[in-house]
Design a protein around this ligand. Structure first.
Ligand code: GDP
Ligand code: MG
Length: 226
């Protein structure tokens, strides 16, 4: 599907989403469940492809353009490229693989390197929840703690059972919208005032449903006249 103009396609706002994480954590399985409602036992681990999916999120239509990556953590020009063009990132690990959990934090660090001084919309996803009863290596609390540290929503998902898959992608679109609105408020205030705007205070609130934590940042902005 061709993207006609920056950020829109056929009148729909396009959200460029990049799925990152170690090989084998289920990036392709989660992506394919989201876009095609099917679970594949095997997906070529070297295939990197993008998929489009329309969704109505909070009453607003969206076209999610999702890049399912297949790279290694090591530096590549290609990785640099998709880290630069993504608007939102799904940081994926498997709850059955501690190494992949450490790698998720590493991906975050690489993102910060590629996009310094930007507040990037992220969602942290611990996949393979269906295998947790027998094979869990990363606790829900550890996942939640990392998400708190990264300031992003957190979901434990099962691509196999299609649990919390939509929730994770929808939460990411909400994060993109939220940060976009914040930037607009900033710009309008600076334009109107010609003064400085800075974050005066902020606090987090979270609201939990089974297996899911939604976190919201409440920020108070202070505007200084010149
Ligand atoms: N049980 C279970 N297996 C999964 C899940 N997600 C992925 N897998 C399996 O894990 C393997 C790697 O998945 P894949 O999507 O190719 O991982 P990727 O390398 O991160 O894209 C495949 O055999 C998948 O079928 C899940 O939620 N539950
Ligand atoms: Mg894959």
């Amino acid at each position: 599907m061709a993207v006609e103009a920056a950020g829109t396609s056929r009148g729909l706002r396009v959200y460029k989403i990049v799925v990152l994480g170690d090989g084998g954590v289920g990036k392709s399985a989660v992506t394919l469940q989201f876009v095609s409602h099917s679970f594949l036992d095997y997906h070529d681990p070297t295939i990197e492809d993008s998929y489009q999916q329309q969704a109505v999120i909070d009453g607003e239509p969206a076209l999610l353009d999702i890049l399912d990556t297949a790279g290694q953590v090591e530096f590549t020009a290609m990785r640099e490229q998709y880290m630069r063009c993504g608007e939102g990132f799904v940081l994926c690990y498997s709850v059955t693989d501690r190494r992949s959990f450490r790698a998720a934090a590493e991906y975050r660090r690489l993102l910060a390197q590629a996009r310094p001084s930007e507040r990037l919309p992220l969602v942290l996803v611990g996949n393979k929840l269906d295998l947790a009863p027998r094979f869990r290596q990363v606790t829900t609390e550890e996942g939640r703690a990392l998400a708190t540290q990264l300031g992003c929503p957190f979901f434990e998902t099962s691509a196999a059972l299609r649990h919390f898959v939509d929730d994770a992608f929808h939460a990411l679109v909400r994060e993109i919208r939220r940060l976009e609105r914040q930037r607009q408020v900033f710009r309008q205030a600076v334009d109107a005032d010609g003064g400085d705007v800075f974050e005066a205070s902020s606090h987090w609130s979270s609201d939990e449903e089974e297996g899911t934590t939604h976190r919201l940042k409440h920020t108070t902005w202070r505007f200084n006249s010149p």
